[in-house]
Design a protein around this ligand. Sequence first.
Ligand SMILES: Nc1nc2c(ncn2[C@@H]2O[C@H](COP(=O)(O)OP(=O)(O)OP(=O)(O)O)[C@@H](O)[C@H]2O)c(=O)[nH]1
Ligand SMILES: [Mg+2]
Length: 453
Amino acid sequence: MPLFNEDTIAAFATAPSSGAVALLRVSGPKSSQAISCLTKKETFTPRQSVLVNIYDGSQTLDKALVVFFKGPKSYSGEDLFEISLHASPYIKSRILELLAALGVRPAKAGEFTMRAFLNGKMDLAQAQGVADIIASKNKTAHKAAMYTLDGKLSQKFKNIRQELGDLLAQMEVRLDDTDEELPPLNNAEVEPLLRKIRQEVDLLAASFSTGKMVKEGIKTAIIGLPNSGKSSLLNALLGYDRAIVSPLSGTTRDTIEAQISINDFNLLLTDTAGIREHSLDPAEVEGMRRSRQAVENADLVIFVKDAALALEKAAAQTSQILLEEVSKTGKKIITVLNKADLLDEKQKTQAANGDILVSSKTGFGLDLLKDKITQTIGLGALQEDDILITSAVHYEALLKASGELQDAIRVIDELELSAEHIRAALAALKDLIGETTPEDILDIVFSKFCVGK
Ligand SMILES: Nc1nc2c(ncn2[C@@H]2O[C@H](COP(=O)(O)OP(=O)(O)OP(=O)(O)O)[C@@H](O)[C@H]2O)c(=O)[nH]1
Ligand SMILES: [Mg+2]
């Protein structure tokens, strides 16, 4: 594949705002020339770190460590420099200006990795792994990303493609075989093979919902009647006072979001306004609308009941009606009986009824709740070598392949038609590792990267 352009690009690989040192990357055909101009040093030995002055005209702008990577043995596959500068906002903006004057333009998001892909340093699935590893916030997300980066996901895609390619080849020789010299394919063997391949594709596609939760976090809405202790539970899980708590019912109006890490997963918690049957206050009505919206958006609902009221028939019934409404969304729900500290042992057994007993006040039951969360969402059962799809581009390609395979099975008795669907399934699978990926898909993949990677 030819390199899509000849520009030389530069960008900081480190975060814009913090740190003592900033790492600048310069990649492309003019990089040696540009760095020589800035440093007044003619040549750089590849992979050797040297301390040099960076000049701004006759003035020294900074003392910097420079490492040169000669293409193709570099991250991008081109001549590439990594320059460690002092992270002064002035130095950082000035060096980009000096480079621009030498014909080096700022890099776009993901452009170094896009070049690495176009120069054959990695396939598209692995490039996705680069973005995922940078974004990984916990052990599980990190593991899934490392699998992708290591090429294990690519290998899986390639194995499926190989099997399908072999089968298609068999079909195609028979389509070309007008004299019918070859025995026809035995559909009693072809069909189970196609089904097996489709099952593998479907399994990978099905891992997307888990993969997405692992990567982005489990969206969890805290729902219940007013005053049940939703905001208190949010604060207790977080370990600090994020939301306002008060004995008055109807305290929370806006939804409040916060993140925590539990059992190696990320939880995106949303505290919501308590839902009651009637309210004349427009702000509260809007708050309740947002609570219901939070349920719609959630992967998981924590439904909070008030232990102080659990033994009162009318209150328990109101809570039950709301729970039934939430259940109708089909979302996964964990019911929690909060304020357990107000109950004696006998009342606890009476009231709990399958709910998880917690006290946001004392912290009682929170660990059990955390375990229940990972269990309910199915992440507790994740195996060591489970491969997870985390990219929407991969997911869609797999769905497309699965649909084509289904069609191929349906028309299995018509060799030509069936082969056509298998060809389409193969094309979708090729998109996954970027063998034939159209440019718009590449743009989607790489636009999600940070600048400097
Ligand atoms: N004893 C006891 N009191 C609690 C507990 N959790 C919350 N409370 C009290 O219950 C009252 C309501 O708590 P909030 O957390 O504001 O309840 P909420 O569900 O967020 O209420 P709204 O935002 O109005 O819907 C406050 O007075 C809390 O101190 C608990 O575990 N034990
Ligand atoms: Mg509240």
